[in-house]
Design a protein around this ligand. Sequence first.
Ligand SMILES: Cc1cc2nc3c(=O)[nH]c(=O)nc-3n(C[C@H](O)[C@H](O)[C@H](O)COP(=O)(O)O)c2cc1C
Length: 201
Amino acid sequence: MNPGTPFFDVVRRQRAHRSFRDEPLDDALVEQVLEAATYAPSAENSQPWQFVVVRDAALRARIGDLTRRAWEAGGRDFERGRLPDRLLADVDRGATGGVAAAPVLVVVCGDSSFCLPAVLAASVFPAVQNLLLAAGALGLGSALTTLTMGFDAELREMLQLPDHIQPFAVVPLGWPARELRPPRREPVDTKMHRDRFGRGW
Ligand SMILES: Cc1cc2nc3c(=O)[nH]c(=O)nc-3n(C[C@H](O)[C@H](O)[C@H](O)COP(=O)(O)O)c2cc1C
């Protein structure tokens, strides 16, 4: 997508990217995307998000290794039969190196000292969605991934996260290896209810 793509086109093209070109990504673009993330809503406007921007190749490889271990330790077996073959294969490629090959991994965290625990996650994920949309608007690929959280303690140690900083997601950022087709979604009227649940639209 080109910068300046209308908002609804960006939304309708939003996809999880799991393979990236081997091309650098300027800090200016990363900052632009993360600034958009910070315009998200949060409980009491607490803005508890913290973004650890991982560029270091060795560290990215170590995070990638954690992701692969989480996938191979049970994630893959759990998802086999649940995910359609094509998606399973794509997640597999992502978890076994595709995601970690992005030039930037943004580890999205929440600061529990800024926000009540009950609403911490709900105050971080809107920022992730802004991040994904901003990336798409700039023609960048990204994905919301959480597999690595299966090794929360190792990730914390690797990134030297203090106890009050909780990691929630690893979002790769980079130039997409290929253009993805539009996302497949159920028609919205199958998810809408007029006045009472189940009455349809
Ligand atoms: C809570 C959550 C966790 C996810 N975790 C992962 C993940 O660990 N690895 C991955 O490759 N994709 C992950 N995804 C991405 C989904 O697979 C993706 O959004 C979904 O299949 C729709 O695909 P599309 O964006 O290509 O249409 C996650 C998405 C959400 C919302």
